[in-house]
Write a protein that binds this ligand. Structure first.
Ligand code: HAM
Length: 360
């Protein structure tokens, strides 16, 4: 159903805890499967990518991870999000709370939905976020996990909030947020986009701390925290917000004229790739016009024209399609020229981004 337990299993099995790097950070992408009632934004097979951080019990790790997730969304253009946070405290606080909650619900449980009645036995905390019984007086008046925190738990949560404010992360405390998985301790969070974009299944990212999971699966006592994004929901939200989902993935398309140019282009592409630039050329003997069209389809920022004249002069004609400028550059200087252009442009975009309040 999710990737966290699998990452923890790999962490233990491969003795990754012996690595001197602390904390250790992992990511994953993959299909997840859940037996749930399919509806808009909720599937039985869906994709997630997630990040997990092992070895730090400090709220700095929670704050950094939440900020990372928000920064990622901003970089996609989905900066208008709300982070809901809550704390469940450590294992002992959680257990004590569960007992208090069950005592509170005992008199009402027969009047609650079938799911709540089942959860009462398996994981009473989940009753708090029941959609069916959300307005039930027993839930509204129930004690909340925050009421059961110890002094240390509270300190952890308050420090996290201080860090979030310091990082200008827009967050709200949702005292009823308990999350669907049982392993959480301390911090839990969800990132939501507006219902206008996603409808009622508008949680795009969920996560939290799970200090007991590594030990409970047979590893050494290791605090950990992580998150996962739902990729389908991310795509739907981007489309609804008018953000192109297919990023332009080609920096440079090499337009070639003649066989000698093909050889030069193949060699130049290897050099560009070593510099981290994505590039492509013609592989199907298209005429010049067709090659320019390909550059277009692939969203290439630059077209590099190599023909007999360019080979003779050892220069390349570079067309920057973003700024509509054309420059003749010596062969050897092409990688630096392109990298420099991309960097300058990136800086310009960043400045524009910061200047635009709707993007903040
Ligand atoms: P989760 O909240 O169950 O957390 O799932 C994370 C995200 O996956 C959700 O916010 C949502 O975007 C997406 N998602 C979940 N279920 C579905 C579904 N049926 N259809 C489509 N998208 C869905 C976890 O899975 C935890 N492993 C997160 C975590 C990592 N906690 C600690 N580390």
């Amino acid at each position: 159903p999710e990737g966290t337990a699998g990452v923890v299993r790999a962490y233990i099995e491969n003795k990754l805890h012996a690595d001197p790097v602390v904390p250790q950070k992992y990511f994953y992408v993959g299909s997840m499967f859940r037996y749930e009632r399919p509806q808009k934004g909720r599937f039985r097979e869906f994709m997630q990518f997630g990040a997990e951080v092992f070895g730090s019990a400090r709220p700095e790790a929670d704050a950094d991870l939440i900020a990372y997730a928000v920064t990622f969304l901003k970089s996609l253009g989905l900066g208008d999000v709300v982070v809901e946070v809550n704390s469940l405290g450590d294992e002992a606080s959680k257990e004590a709370y569960q007992t208090t909650l069950k005592a509170h619900l005992k008199a009402h449980i027969t009047t609650m939905c079938a799911d709540c009645r089942r959860r009462y036995e398996t994981n009473a905390l989940r009753i708090l976020d029941c959609k069916v019984d959300a307005d039930h007086v027993a839930i509204k008046e129930a004690p909340k996990p925050l009421d059961a925190l110890t002094r240390e738990d509270r300190e952890h949560f308050e420090t996290l909030q201080r860090y979030l404010s310091g990082q200008q992360i827009p967050y709200t405390i949702n005292p009823a947020l308990v999350r669907g998985l049982d392993y959480y301790t301390h911090t839990v969070f969800e990132i939501k986009v507006s219902e206008a974009l996603l409808g009622s299944q508008n949680a795009i990212c969920g996560g939290g701390r799970y200090n007991g999971l590594v030990a409970s699966l047979g590893g050494p006592d290791t605090p950990a925290v992580g998150f996962s994004f739902g990729i389908e929901r991310l795509i739907v939200a981007m489309k609804a917000a008018g953000i192109p989902v297919k990023a332009p993935y080609t920096h440079a398309f090499l337009v070639v004229l003649g066989d000698e140019a093909r050889a030069e282009a193949l060699a130049l592409m290897q050099r560009l790739r070593l510099d981290g630039l994505t590039c492509n050329t013609d592989f199907v003997d298209k005429a010049i016009k067709g090659q320019f069209k390909q550059a277009d389809h692939q969203g290439a920022r630059f077209t590099l024209i190599i023909g007999p004249e360019e080979i003779e002069r050892r220069t390349v004609n570079i067309n920057d399609r973003e700024t509509a400028t054309s420059t003749t550059v010596a062969f050897d200087a092409v990688p630096e020229f392109l990298k420099d252009k991309i960097k300058t442009n990136h800086r310009r975009k960043k400045e524009a981004h910061h200047g635009d309040p709707s993007q903040q």
